[in-house]
Design a protein around this ligand. Structure first.
Ligand SMILES: Cc1ncc(COP(=O)(O)OP(=O)(O)O)c(N)n1
Ligand SMILES: Cc1nc(C(=O)O)sc1CCOP(=O)(O)O
Ligand SMILES: [Mg+2]
Length: 210
């Protein structure tokens, strides 16, 4: 499976009040290739229920679902996982989920962390934050030059750019080597599902000419 395109990430605040499923469906209709379920709550039964519903949606649209932070839930559902530096071992997640699963790792602004993630079997390496992020303003910052360095050093490993990504700044990230652009606010802070679909389509089209 080629990892390239729009990587939509859910947000519990933006997608509360019954918006999770219609807004995610709209993002998938608009062409999102990866979807990350990012929910920081400890409500295990709701998390399981929502993740199962998202898995069904992703299957319908041929997209790949990943769970943020929680390799056990990913294993239970047979989907992928995204882990940050304090979320557990990528190697252990790879062993748990198997060779086919998409296992992604946060590398902040560090090629060394990326090297380690690749050695542990990561499917992609994620760098950021590239711009001001409404969702995670305190995330460590990264420069766009890092993407070119990562492309040179890991040409075979898909590179994700995250943090404040918008329709305006995404073209530069893609030109400099991002294979996937991970977006929360600029995709899901919308008034209607139709608006989400339109934005997702516009993000996805950025990948068509390259
Ligand atoms: C694609 C992608 N990249 C980076 C992150 C950030 O992961 P992490 O550092 O673990 O922070 P939280 O998302 O858990 O707050 C991500 N989730 N997805
Ligand atoms: C979850 C997350 N991780 C980041 C990192 O840099 O590791 S930035 C971020 C938030 C991304 O949301 P938005 O598109 O709204 O900025
Ligand atoms: Mg995390």
């Amino acid at each position: 499976m080629k990892l390239r395109g729009l990587y939509a990430i859910t947000d519990s605040q933006l997608l509360d009040g019954g918006r999770l499923l219609p807004y995610v469906e709209a993002a998938l209709k608009g062409g999102a290739r990866l979807l990350q379920y990012r929910d920081k709550s400890t409500d295990a039964s709701r998390r399981l229920r929502e993740a199962e519903a998202l898995r069904e949606l992703c299957e319908r649209f041929g997209a790949t679902l990943l769970i943020n932070d929680d390799a056990e839930l990913a294993a239970r559902l047979g989907v992928g996982v995204h882990l940050g530096q304090t979320d557990g071992s990528l190697a252990a997640a790879r062993a748990l989920l198997g060779r086919q699963a998409v296992v992604g790792g946060t590398c902040h602004a560090s090629l060394e962390l990326a090297q380690q993630a690749v050695a542990e079997g990561a499917s992609y390496v994620a760098f950021g934050r590239f711009f001001n992020s409404q969702t995670k303003p305190g995330a460590p910052s990264a420069s766009v030059e890092l993407l070119e360095q990562a492309r040179e050093r890991f040409p075979q490993v898909p590179r994700v750019a995250i943090g404040g990504v918008t329709l305006d700044n995404a073209p530069e990230l893609i030109a400099r080597g991002a294979d996937l652009i991970a977006v929360i606010h600029a995709l899901f802070a919308a008034d209607t599902p139709a608006q989400v679909e339109q934005r997702a389509r516009a993000f996805s089209q950025l990948f068509e000419t390259r």
